[in-house]
Design a protein around this ligand. Structure first.
Ligand code: BES
Ligand code: ZN
Length: 752
């Protein structure tokens, strides 16, 4: 199984740096003839697409969108939530800050944002621990449990140096300068030991007390003391806190600020971003595609993986999809109180009307979407263990990007359960070491078991528990599925001019920024592709011929028929006719035409243009070609041959008689002086023939001339003297004059 799918990124991309500013830059996609311009939408951040050519076409929209996903942007969102804000326990101001951050980013992408308050929930008592002189491991904002038995300082808190008093059970464990310091001691599960430790610290004038688990990497404990200590804050930390603090103390002095707050029956917060569909601004009819994640984390945990990661992926999906006009309504949900029992998601689904629920295509829940923990794999987990539309679409997206590691089984335990419970197809997408039931048990009725990464629900769930590669896989696979569903489906039917489906035909589209390859038609001659809501020219190429359906408005799920003209154009050639003979210098014109009843004629070219003068300026055989091309690219050609000849005039009889061995003068005219090279090679020749039938006997041989005589021209005629051979007495011979214009002239002589 491949765990990551990093590809080179063609497009320059935006990086969101912990805030909104960078997300606000605008760009446009260049327009070209044929389609309409894709406008930058308000608040969008369209990056210029690479220029497309016929040789290097753009990818289909599925691929284009997936190529734009960049997990580096997700990582920045995760860092803001898990580091800058820190732990986001349900009902605390940090949960709300998380919601506000997500809402701000979504607003910058043009979403309508609502913060939903719900509750009240149980009282939360928390400590925020920060340091003015140390870089706290795991992030600058630590969360611990604030004991009800201690003081609630409010946001200002107390600030002081830290001393380590170990178990805090004996006087020797307390440093001499404990007074006015923050005293770190081991948290004991024994209440008496705990009480003694705190009382010992208080008696030595402690500014505050931290009781942290010495081992076990546990989350911070909530506890009470038998002896209340209302004068100082008393807080509980996990073993990671204890380890980190003792490491810092080993390096030197350490100052901490501890602010304890009691949030009595607070409200939880959800953030919902809605991007209405084109043509349905009020959101009454358009299908809804929703992506969810939870904002809150458990007490003490920065929740980088669980579940800042989910929001990091949601926001990157939102950023890229905000660049396209869509007919689907896109909703991004950041839910509070998930760790308290899916509270925020349940509050949200309760606000949905029946009509709204009916519009849902599905909810893709992103929870823990990229830990580097090696045994974790990408799972699509549903409450009933069955596949559903949301799962199937993720599988199809995985196939498109070449990821074969997605698996489906059964689990609730996240916000997808709330959607499932109200009948909305949903699935949890999670990187988890999930172990499906042992066969023959199957995932449907039986759930599996799982092992979480060691940082799960711990203070160590920090940026170190984030894998950009696995986030990218989640973006490509799950984000790709969301994008595919947010776009319009268009089914292109390719037909021949005879009405037959064209199988394996190449389909392309130009939606204003250059040709885009969509693939080839299947067995039914159809291809389903997705487009944003724009106007495109759709082309089909089969057998070298192309047809284009111009200005196809993409909306709803539409079918587009493209009929390809596969019929060659016809050529009618009147002049020159094949085999026509013209006398040298004759003035005549070419005459031809090309026709195509289907796509029409794009070009019709001959050796000379139609109506143009035919070349009769040189003797011999001439080819004349006409080539036709139609608008589909079908070609036809016709070739004829005509002959240009001298104006021949013979001044010798066709039959003669003479004496063998005598010279025979041959005179003729070619209508002027054509030079002396007028005979074809090997001519004149003579050939014995039967005197009675004229049938040839033996083979022809070149003529001989008396003395050194050659052909000559004078007085408007050619003179040639043929020397007959004495041995030819009592035979008949044919004199053969073949000229370089391709004509042959003959005379027969009877020799005595
Ligand atoms: N992100 C977890 C979901 C989860 C599922 C984690 C399976 C690990 C394995 C979620 O935030 C969570 O912790 N859920 C609670 C249940 C919830 C209903 C309170 C849990 O799994 O304990
Ligand atoms: Zn979670």
């Amino acid at each position: 199984m491949r765990s990551s799918l990093r590809r080179p990124r063609r497009l320059e991309r935006l990086t969101v740096i912990g805030g909104l500013a960078a997300a606000l830059s605008l760009g446009t996609v260049p327009a070209s003839a044929g389609g309409v311009q894709l406008q930058a939408l308000p608040g969008s951040n369209l990056t210029a697409a690479a220029p497309a050519t016929a040789d290097a076409p753009l990818p289909d929209y599925d691929k284009e969108i997936v190529d734009r996903f960049d997990s580096a942007n997700s990582v920045n969102h995760i860092r803001h939530l898990a580091v800058d804000i820190g732990p986001r326990l349900n009902g605390t101001p940090q949960e709300r800050e998380g919601a506000e951050y997500i809402g701000g980013i979504l607003k910058s992408y043009g979403f309508k944002v609502t913060l939903q308050q719900w509750g009240p929930v149980s009282t939360k008592r928390v400590a925020k621990v920060t340091s003015s002189d140390a870089d706290l491991p795991g992030g600058p904002n630590w969360q611990m449990a604030a004991s009800t038995s201690g003081k609630f300082t409010g946001d200002t808190g107390v600030k002081g140096q830290v001393v380590d008093a170990r178990t805090g059970q004996s006087a020797t464990e307390f440093p001499a300068d404990t007074e006015g310091k923050i005293v770190l001691m081991d948290y004991s599960t024994n209440a008496t030991i705990r009480n003694t430790a705190v009382a010992n610290a208080v008696s030595r004038g402690a500014l505050a007390v931290i009781l942290a688990y010495p081992t076990g990497n546990s989350a911070p404990p909530s506890f009470t003391l038998t002896t209340p200590q209302p004068g100082i804050p008393v807080v509980g930390g996990g073993s990671a806190h204890s380890t980190w603090l003792r490491e810092l103390l080993a390096k030197g002095a350490l100052t901490l600020t501890i602010a304890t707050n009691e949030y009595a029956n607070p409200m939880g917060t959800n953030v919902i971003g809605i991007r209405p569909a084109v043509g349905d601004p009020d959101g009454t009819t358009a299908p809804i595609v929703m992506v969810g994640a939870h904002i809150d984390s458990v007490l003490g945990a920065p929740g980088a993986h669980d579940d800042a990661s989910g929001n990091g992926v949601s926001l990157e999906v939102a950023r890229v999809l905000s660049q396209y006009p869509l007919d689907k309504e896109l909703r991004i949900g950041g839910f509070g109180g998930e760790e308290g029992g899916l509270l925020g998601a349940r509050a949200y689904v309760n606000t949905l009307t029946a009509a709204e629920k009916a519009r849902f295509v599905g909810e893709w829940q992103m929870d823990m979407v990229g830990t580097p923990y090696e045994p974790a794999r990408l799972w699509a987990l549903t409450p009933n263990g069955q596949s559903n539309y949301v799962v199937q679409e993720a599988y199809e997206s995985a196939a498109r990007v070449g990821f074969d590691g997605l698996r489906n089984c059964r689990l609730g335990q996240s916000d997808h359960q709330a959607f499932y419970d109200v009948g909305i197809p949903s699935s949890l997408f999670i990187w988890l070491d999930y172990r499906p039931p042992t066969p023959p048990a199957v995932c449907g009725p039986t759930g599996g078991t799982y092992v979480t990464e060691p940082q799960y629900h711990k203070p160590t769930d920090t940026m170190d528990n984030i894998s950009p590669e696995r986030l990218q896989t989640t973006l490509d696979v799950v984000g790709g599925a969301v994008a595919h569903n947010a776009l319009n489906a268009v089914t292109v039917s390719a037909l021949s001019d005879a009405g037959q489906p064209l199988v394996g035909a190449q389909v392309r589209a130009d939606c204003g920024n250059g040709p885009r390859d969509l693939g080839v038609t299947g067995a039914s001659g159809k291809l389903k592709a997705v487009f944003p809501h724009i106007t495109c020219d759709v082309s089909v190429t089969a057998e070298g011929a192309t047809a284009t359906e111009r200005g196809v408005a993409i909306s709803g799920d539409r079918a587009v028929k493209v009929t390809v003209d596969l019929t060659k154009p016809t050529i009618s050639l009147t002049r020159p006719a094949d085999g026509a003979v013209y006398t040298l210098g004759t003035a005549t014109t070419a005459s031809y035409r090309c026709e195509d009843n289907l796509s029409g004629i794009a070009g019709c070219t001959g050796t000379v243009p139609d109506g143009g003068p035919l070349d009769t300026s040189s003797v011999g055989f001439h080819d004349f070609t006409v080539k036709a091309v139609d608008n589909a690219g079908n070609t036809a050609s016709r070739k004829v041959t005509y002959q240009v000849v001298y104006p021949w005039q013979a001044y010798f009889p066709e039959t003669m008689s003479g004496k063998a061995g005598s010279a025979v003068p041959i005179k003729f005219s070619l209508g002027g002086d054509r030079g002396t090279g007028v005979f074809a090679p090997g001519y004149p020749a003579s050939q014995q023939v039967a005197c009675d039938t004229g049938k040839p006997i033996g083979s022809a041989e070149p003529t001989r001339n008396p003395g050194n005589s050659k052909i000559s021209y004078g007085g408007g005629q050619y003179n040639y003297v043929w020397k007959t051979d004495k041995s030819w007495s009592n035979t008949c011979r044919q004199l053969q004059l073949k000229l370089d214009d391709g004509t042959g002239h003959f005379a027969t002589i009877k020799l005595k």
